[in-house]
Design a binder for this molecule. Structure first.
Ligand SMILES: [Zn+2]
Length: 292
Protein backbone atom coordinates (compact mmCIF):
# COMPACT_ATOMS: atom_id res chain seq x y z
CA UNK A 1 0.00 0.00 0.00
CA UNK A 2 1.46 3.27 -1.17
CA UNK A 3 0.16 6.38 0.53
CA UNK A 4 0.93 9.23 -1.88
CA UNK A 5 0.14 12.61 -0.37
CA UNK A 6 -1.69 15.31 -2.27
CA UNK A 7 -2.70 13.92 -5.66
CA UNK A 8 -6.24 14.43 -6.94
CA UNK A 9 -8.04 13.94 -10.24
CA UNK A 10 -8.59 17.19 -12.11
CA UNK A 11 -11.78 17.67 -14.18
CA UNK A 12 -11.77 15.96 -17.57
CA UNK A 13 -10.18 18.10 -20.25
CA UNK A 14 -8.00 20.06 -17.85
CA UNK A 15 -4.30 20.00 -18.60
CA UNK A 16 -2.78 19.00 -15.33
CA UNK A 17 0.66 17.88 -14.17
CA UNK A 18 -0.59 14.56 -12.79
CA UNK A 19 -2.03 13.27 -16.08
CA UNK A 20 0.80 14.82 -18.09
CA UNK A 21 3.60 13.59 -15.85
CA UNK A 22 3.35 9.83 -16.36
CA UNK A 23 1.41 7.24 -18.40
CA UNK A 24 0.30 5.68 -15.10
CA UNK A 25 -1.79 8.75 -14.29
CA UNK A 26 -2.82 9.77 -17.83
CA UNK A 27 -6.02 7.62 -17.85
CA UNK A 28 -7.46 9.05 -14.60
CA UNK A 29 -11.11 10.03 -14.83
CA UNK A 30 -12.87 12.04 -12.08
CA UNK A 31 -16.15 10.11 -12.27
CA UNK A 32 -15.43 6.64 -13.67
CA UNK A 33 -13.03 3.74 -13.20
CA UNK A 34 -10.24 3.71 -15.75
CA UNK A 35 -7.87 0.92 -16.82
CA UNK A 36 -4.20 1.44 -16.01
CA UNK A 37 -0.91 0.33 -17.56
CA UNK A 38 0.09 -2.98 -16.00
CA UNK A 39 -3.48 -4.32 -15.90
CA UNK A 40 -4.70 -2.25 -12.94
CA UNK A 41 -7.67 -0.04 -12.30
CA UNK A 42 -8.01 3.49 -11.01
CA UNK A 43 -11.17 4.61 -9.32
CA UNK A 44 -12.05 8.13 -8.19
CA UNK A 45 -12.38 8.24 -4.42
CA UNK A 46 -13.95 11.05 -2.41
CA UNK A 47 -11.57 12.69 0.05
CA UNK A 48 -13.92 15.29 1.55
CA UNK A 49 -15.10 12.94 4.34
CA UNK A 50 -18.48 14.66 4.13
CA UNK A 51 -17.15 17.65 6.04
CA UNK A 52 -16.92 21.18 4.66
CA UNK A 53 -13.57 22.80 3.93
CA UNK A 54 -10.42 21.63 2.20
CA UNK A 55 -9.32 18.10 3.07
CA UNK A 56 -6.11 17.88 5.11
CA UNK A 57 -3.47 15.28 5.90
CA UNK A 58 -3.93 14.45 9.59
CA UNK A 59 -7.62 13.67 9.14
CA UNK A 60 -7.08 12.09 5.71
CA UNK A 61 -4.23 9.81 6.83
CA UNK A 62 -6.14 8.78 9.93
CA UNK A 63 -9.11 7.84 7.74
CA UNK A 64 -6.84 5.91 5.34
CA UNK A 65 -5.16 4.00 8.16
CA UNK A 66 -8.08 3.41 10.54
CA UNK A 67 -11.31 3.58 8.56
CA UNK A 68 -12.57 6.16 11.05
CA UNK A 69 -13.97 9.37 9.55
CA UNK A 70 -11.51 11.55 11.46
CA UNK A 71 -12.88 14.82 10.06
CA UNK A 72 -16.34 14.01 11.43
CA UNK A 73 -14.81 13.10 14.80
CA UNK A 74 -13.06 16.50 15.00
CA UNK A 75 -15.82 18.43 13.21
CA UNK A 76 -13.25 19.72 10.69
CA UNK A 77 -10.32 18.77 8.51
CA UNK A 78 -7.02 18.91 10.39
CA UNK A 79 -3.62 19.51 8.72
CA UNK A 80 -0.15 18.14 9.46
CA UNK A 81 0.31 15.92 12.47
CA UNK A 82 -2.60 14.24 14.26
CA UNK A 83 -3.84 16.05 17.40
CA UNK A 84 -4.44 14.07 20.66
CA UNK A 85 -7.95 12.85 19.70
CA UNK A 86 -6.66 11.33 16.46
CA UNK A 87 -3.52 10.02 18.15
CA UNK A 88 -5.65 7.97 20.51
CA UNK A 89 -7.74 6.62 17.61
CA UNK A 90 -4.57 5.67 15.75
CA UNK A 91 -3.14 4.04 18.89
CA UNK A 92 -6.08 1.67 19.27
CA UNK A 93 -7.16 0.85 15.74
CA UNK A 94 -5.23 0.90 12.50
CA UNK A 95 -4.40 -1.38 9.62
CA UNK A 96 -0.92 -2.31 10.83
CA UNK A 97 -2.10 -3.10 14.35
CA UNK A 98 -5.11 -5.11 13.20
CA UNK A 99 -3.13 -7.16 10.69
CA UNK A 100 -0.40 -7.86 13.22
CA UNK A 101 -3.08 -8.95 15.69
CA UNK A 102 -4.31 -11.34 13.00
CA UNK A 103 -0.83 -12.85 13.03
CA UNK A 104 0.19 -11.35 9.68
CA UNK A 105 3.48 -9.61 9.02
CA UNK A 106 2.35 -6.01 8.40
CA UNK A 107 5.15 -3.46 8.29
CA UNK A 108 5.67 0.26 7.76
CA UNK A 109 8.90 0.34 5.78
CA UNK A 110 9.81 4.05 5.60
CA UNK A 111 13.26 4.67 7.03
CA UNK A 112 14.04 7.66 9.23
CA UNK A 113 17.26 9.41 10.17
CA UNK A 114 17.92 9.16 13.92
CA UNK A 115 17.33 12.88 14.43
CA UNK A 116 14.15 13.13 12.44
CA UNK A 117 11.56 14.93 14.61
CA UNK A 118 9.03 12.17 14.19
CA UNK A 119 11.38 9.81 15.99
CA UNK A 120 11.71 12.12 18.96
CA UNK A 121 8.52 14.01 19.65
CA UNK A 122 5.01 12.65 19.90
CA UNK A 123 3.51 16.02 18.89
CA UNK A 124 5.35 15.79 15.56
CA UNK A 125 4.54 12.18 14.83
CA UNK A 126 2.83 11.42 11.55
CA UNK A 127 -0.21 9.19 11.40
CA UNK A 128 1.85 6.43 9.78
CA UNK A 129 4.49 6.61 12.51
CA UNK A 130 1.85 6.48 15.24
CA UNK A 131 0.19 3.51 13.55
CA UNK A 132 3.51 1.68 13.26
CA UNK A 133 4.44 2.31 16.89
CA UNK A 134 1.04 1.20 18.15
CA UNK A 135 1.53 -2.10 16.37
CA UNK A 136 4.74 -2.72 18.29
CA UNK A 137 7.22 -2.30 15.46
CA UNK A 138 10.34 -0.21 15.57
CA UNK A 139 10.81 2.58 13.06
CA UNK A 140 13.34 1.67 10.44
CA UNK A 141 16.62 3.57 10.03
CA UNK A 142 19.35 4.15 7.50
CA UNK A 143 21.00 0.79 8.17
CA UNK A 144 17.72 -0.82 7.09
CA UNK A 145 18.00 0.98 3.74
CA UNK A 146 21.51 -0.41 3.24
CA UNK A 147 20.38 -3.91 4.16
CA UNK A 148 17.30 -3.91 1.91
CA UNK A 149 14.60 -3.67 4.59
CA UNK A 150 13.45 -0.08 4.13
CA UNK A 151 13.27 2.94 1.83
CA UNK A 152 13.62 6.60 2.66
CA UNK A 153 10.47 8.59 1.82
CA UNK A 154 12.56 10.11 -0.97
CA UNK A 155 13.15 6.65 -2.40
CA UNK A 156 16.14 7.57 -4.58
CA UNK A 157 18.13 8.67 -1.47
CA UNK A 158 18.80 12.05 -3.12
CA UNK A 159 17.87 14.07 -0.03
CA UNK A 160 19.85 11.83 2.34
CA UNK A 161 22.94 12.08 0.14
CA UNK A 162 22.59 15.88 0.10
CA UNK A 163 22.48 15.71 3.89
CA UNK A 164 25.83 13.89 3.87
CA UNK A 165 24.66 10.32 4.37
CA UNK A 166 26.71 7.58 2.77
CA UNK A 167 24.08 5.84 0.65
CA UNK A 168 23.80 4.79 -2.99
CA UNK A 169 21.78 6.96 -5.36
CA UNK A 170 19.08 4.84 -6.98
CA UNK A 171 17.15 5.48 -10.15
CA UNK A 172 13.41 5.56 -9.41
CA UNK A 173 12.89 2.19 -11.17
CA UNK A 174 15.58 0.60 -8.99
CA UNK A 175 13.90 2.01 -5.86
CA UNK A 176 10.57 0.59 -7.03
CA UNK A 177 12.12 -2.84 -7.56
CA UNK A 178 13.63 -2.63 -4.10
CA UNK A 179 10.22 -1.89 -2.61
CA UNK A 180 8.87 -5.01 -4.34
CA UNK A 181 11.70 -7.07 -2.81
CA UNK A 182 11.08 -5.61 0.65
CA UNK A 183 7.37 -6.40 0.33
CA UNK A 184 7.70 -9.91 -1.09
CA UNK A 185 8.19 -11.78 2.22
CA UNK A 186 5.65 -9.60 4.08
CA UNK A 187 1.86 -9.93 4.19
CA UNK A 188 1.26 -6.17 4.13
CA UNK A 189 3.67 -3.35 3.41
CA UNK A 190 3.01 0.36 3.90
CA UNK A 191 5.10 3.04 2.21
CA UNK A 192 4.41 6.75 2.44
CA UNK A 193 5.41 9.39 -0.10
CA UNK A 194 4.73 13.10 0.40
CA UNK A 195 6.99 15.08 -1.96
CA UNK A 196 3.95 15.21 -4.28
CA UNK A 197 2.12 17.34 -1.70
CA UNK A 198 5.15 19.56 -1.03
CA UNK A 199 5.61 20.28 -4.72
CA UNK A 200 1.84 20.84 -5.08
CA UNK A 201 2.05 23.65 -2.54
CA UNK A 202 4.60 25.39 -4.77
CA UNK A 203 2.06 25.64 -7.63
CA UNK A 204 4.81 25.06 -10.21
CA UNK A 205 3.52 22.87 -13.08
CA UNK A 206 6.99 21.95 -14.36
CA UNK A 207 8.27 20.75 -10.99
CA UNK A 208 4.97 18.98 -10.40
CA UNK A 209 5.28 17.11 -13.71
CA UNK A 210 8.86 16.13 -12.88
CA UNK A 211 7.75 14.80 -9.50
CA UNK A 212 4.97 12.74 -11.13
CA UNK A 213 7.37 11.45 -13.77
CA UNK A 214 9.71 10.22 -11.01
CA UNK A 215 6.81 8.60 -9.18
CA UNK A 216 5.69 6.89 -12.39
CA UNK A 217 9.17 5.42 -12.94
CA UNK A 218 9.11 4.18 -9.33
CA UNK A 219 5.74 2.53 -9.95
CA UNK A 220 7.05 0.96 -13.12
CA UNK A 221 9.93 -0.68 -11.22
CA UNK A 222 7.61 -1.77 -8.42
CA UNK A 223 5.09 -3.41 -10.74
CA UNK A 224 7.78 -4.98 -12.90
CA UNK A 225 9.33 -6.75 -9.91
CA UNK A 226 6.05 -7.63 -8.14
CA UNK A 227 4.37 -10.98 -8.80
CA UNK A 228 0.90 -9.61 -9.57
CA UNK A 229 -0.58 -13.13 -9.63
CA UNK A 230 -0.04 -13.19 -5.89
CA UNK A 231 0.43 -9.63 -4.65
CA UNK A 232 -2.04 -6.76 -4.76
CA UNK A 233 -0.66 -3.23 -5.04
CA UNK A 234 -2.80 -0.30 -3.93
CA UNK A 235 -1.91 3.36 -4.28
CA UNK A 236 -4.09 5.89 -2.47
CA UNK A 237 -4.04 9.55 -1.53
CA UNK A 238 -5.46 11.74 1.20
CA UNK A 239 -6.51 14.82 -0.79
CA UNK A 240 -5.94 16.65 -4.04
CA UNK A 241 -3.25 19.29 -4.49
CA UNK A 242 -0.62 18.70 -7.17
CA UNK A 243 -3.16 18.31 -9.98
CA UNK A 244 -4.16 21.98 -9.77
CA UNK A 245 -1.11 24.25 -10.11
CA UNK A 246 -3.35 27.33 -10.24
CA UNK A 247 -3.63 27.20 -6.42
CA UNK A 248 -1.13 26.56 -3.63
CA UNK A 249 -3.73 24.85 -1.44
CA UNK A 250 -5.26 21.40 -1.36
CA UNK A 251 -8.26 20.83 -3.62
CA UNK A 252 -11.74 19.34 -3.39
CA UNK A 253 -11.06 16.95 -6.29
CA UNK A 254 -11.52 13.21 -5.82
CA UNK A 255 -8.30 11.24 -5.35
CA UNK A 256 -7.21 8.24 -7.41
CA UNK A 257 -7.23 4.81 -5.79
CA UNK A 258 -5.09 2.67 -8.07
CA UNK A 259 -4.99 -1.11 -7.73
CA UNK A 260 -3.19 -3.95 -9.45
CA UNK A 261 -3.16 -7.68 -8.77
CA UNK A 262 -5.58 -10.40 -7.69
CA UNK A 263 -7.70 -8.25 -5.37
CA UNK A 264 -7.80 -5.20 -7.64
CA UNK A 265 -11.41 -5.60 -8.77
CA UNK A 266 -12.74 -6.34 -5.29
CA UNK A 267 -10.95 -3.34 -3.79
CA UNK A 268 -11.91 -1.02 -6.66
CA UNK A 269 -15.59 -1.76 -6.03
CA UNK A 270 -15.39 -0.74 -2.37
CA UNK A 271 -13.41 2.47 -2.27
CA UNK A 272 -15.80 5.30 -3.09
CA UNK A 273 -14.52 7.34 -0.12
CA UNK A 274 -11.07 7.27 1.51
CA UNK A 275 -12.27 5.98 4.91
CA UNK A 276 -13.50 2.82 3.13
CA UNK A 277 -9.98 1.86 2.03
CA UNK A 278 -8.83 0.11 5.26
CA UNK A 279 -11.91 -2.12 5.23
CA UNK A 280 -11.25 -2.98 1.58
CA UNK A 281 -7.64 -3.88 2.41
CA UNK A 282 -8.67 -6.01 5.40
CA UNK A 283 -11.25 -7.82 3.28
CA UNK A 284 -8.71 -8.43 0.54
CA UNK A 285 -6.24 -9.90 3.02
CA UNK A 286 -8.89 -11.99 4.77
CA UNK A 287 -9.72 -13.56 1.40
CA UNK A 288 -6.16 -14.78 0.98
CA UNK A 289 -5.44 -18.37 1.96
CA UNK A 290 -2.96 -17.31 4.57
CA UNK A 291 -5.65 -16.76 7.19
CA UNK A 292 -6.81 -19.94 8.93
ZN1 LIG B 1 -0.44 19.71 2.00
Amino acid sequence: MLLVDGIGIAPRGARDPLREGSPFFAPLHPHEPSPLPGGGWAVPTRADLDVQGLPQSATGHTALLTGVNAAKVLGRHFPGFPPPTLRSILATTNLLRTLNQWGLRARYINAYRPLHPTVRRRRLMSATTLAARSSGQRLRGLEDIREGRALHHDFTNTLLILQGEDLPLWRPEEAGRRLACIAAPLDFTLFEYFLTDLVGHKADPLRARQEVHKLGRFLYGLLEETDLRETTVILCSDHGNLEDPSVRTHTQNPVPTMVWGPQADAIARMVDSIERIPQAVLKALSRQDRLQ
